[in-house]
Design a protein around this ligand. Structure first.
Ligand SMILES: Cc1cnc(Nc2cc(F)c(C3CCN(C)CC3)c(F)c2)nc1Nc1ccc(F)c(N2CCCS2(=O)=O)c1
Length: 308
């Protein structure tokens, strides 16, 4: 199949070595599915004695050409990232005749941050949330240094590796910012998570490291709200702009609310320093928003205070 072969040839030597043979990939359970496709828990067991490693395997739902191109870009992206705070790429599994391709990644046993926070909300301290925030910040700093804009930074896309380690996942919407510009303009809107979007993303489809900082502020709000559904950004925003607003008008009403200086309310018991950090991320003008490295320092100093 030509486009599969051209993709195969495009892979680096190193990437071609990380090929997983389908016959050794044993399905265990489905981890999740959505418009992006499906992710399954599998054991890669070439010795056939159940000693193989557990892996998370992502595949496209439909082999639509456009999806395949996006999927190939996602694979190129994630295979080029090597950071403790970003979910690790393991390799690729081609099915017989290479008609479909699957992305093999490390398996993080604790699942998404949302389900983890709901399950452990009574045990999670402010310190722990600041530790997670600092790790996500470091992951975003790494992405920024490679000129990547994530565009979908939200608690649903953060995975929990252990009680003390979280990682950024899902690079389906990640784009590379052209070297001669400091933003990426999107053409197709698709399923847009507008309640995590910066004003310039709502009004001009512009995405940059500074719009990722805005989304990071929304992620902090989710984290310090224990990812509770009753307080999630979509519900709180719809409460402000009116639930009867539909479709593209939602983005217009949300933009107007933000221009009139409405912001998500402080989560209950949220430390004032952390809420002021969120508010800095939500500066209307992108230049007024802090960089991820500055955010890193602010979070570290809050962590110190929590320790003392
Ligand atoms: C790459 C990766 C590595 N490890 C893991 N571990 C993991 C472990 C788990 F116990 C669970 C759950 C926890 C809750 N109970 C009820 C069911 C299993 C789980 F959902 C995930 N998941 C990965 N990917 C993944 C999986 C599933 C996904 F829906 C999405 N996504 C969805 C939105 C964009 S997304 O692509 O991030 C990514």
């Amino acid at each position: 199949v030509p486009e599969r072969d051209s993709f195969w040839r495009a892979l680096s030597k190193q990437q071609q070595n990380e090929v997983y043979e389908e016959r050794h990939l044993k399905f265990i359970s489905s981890l999740g599915k959505g418009n992006f496709g499906r992710v399954d828990l599998c054991r890669y067991d070439p010795l056939g004695d159940n000693t193989g490693e557990l892996v998370a395997v992502k595949q496209l739902q439909s082999n639509k050409q456009s999806n395949m191109a996006d999927f190939q870009r996602e694979i190129q992206t994630i295979s080029s990232l090597h950071c403790d705070y970003i979910v690790k790429y393991r390799g690729i599994c081609y099915s017989a005749g290479r008609l479909s391709m699957r992305l093999v990644m490390e398996f993080l046993p604790f699942g998404s941050l949302i389900s983890y926070m709901e399950k452990n909300k009574l045990l999670i301290t402010t310190r722990r949330m600041l530790l997670f925030s600092s790790q996500i910040c470091k992951g975003m700093e790494y992405l920024q240094n490679l000129h990547y804009v994530h565009r979908d930074l939200a608690a649903r896309n953060i995975l929990v590796s252990s009680d003390t380690l979280v990682k950024i996942a899902d690079f389906g919407l990640t784009k590379i910012v052209p070297l001669n510009k400091d933003y990426y303009r999107v053409t197709q809107s698709g399923e847009s998570p507008i309640f995590w979007y910066a004003p310039e993303s709502l009004s001009e489809y512009k995405f940059s490291h500074k719009s990722d900082v805005w989304s990071f502020g929304v992620l902090l709000h989710e984290l310090f709200s224990y990812c509770e559904l009753s307080r999630n950004p979509k519900r709180l925003s719809l409460h402000r702009i009116g639930c009867d607003v539909q479709g593209a008008m939602m983005a217009v009403h949300l933009f107007n609310a933000l221009r009139e200086d409405w912001r998500l309310p402080a989560p209950p018991m949220c430390p004032p320093k952390v809420f002021s950090l969120m508010m800095q991320c939500w500066s209307f003008n992108s230049e007024d928003r802090p960089s991820f490295s500055y955010l890193q320092d602010l979070i570290e100093s809050s962590l110190q205070e929590e320790r003392d």
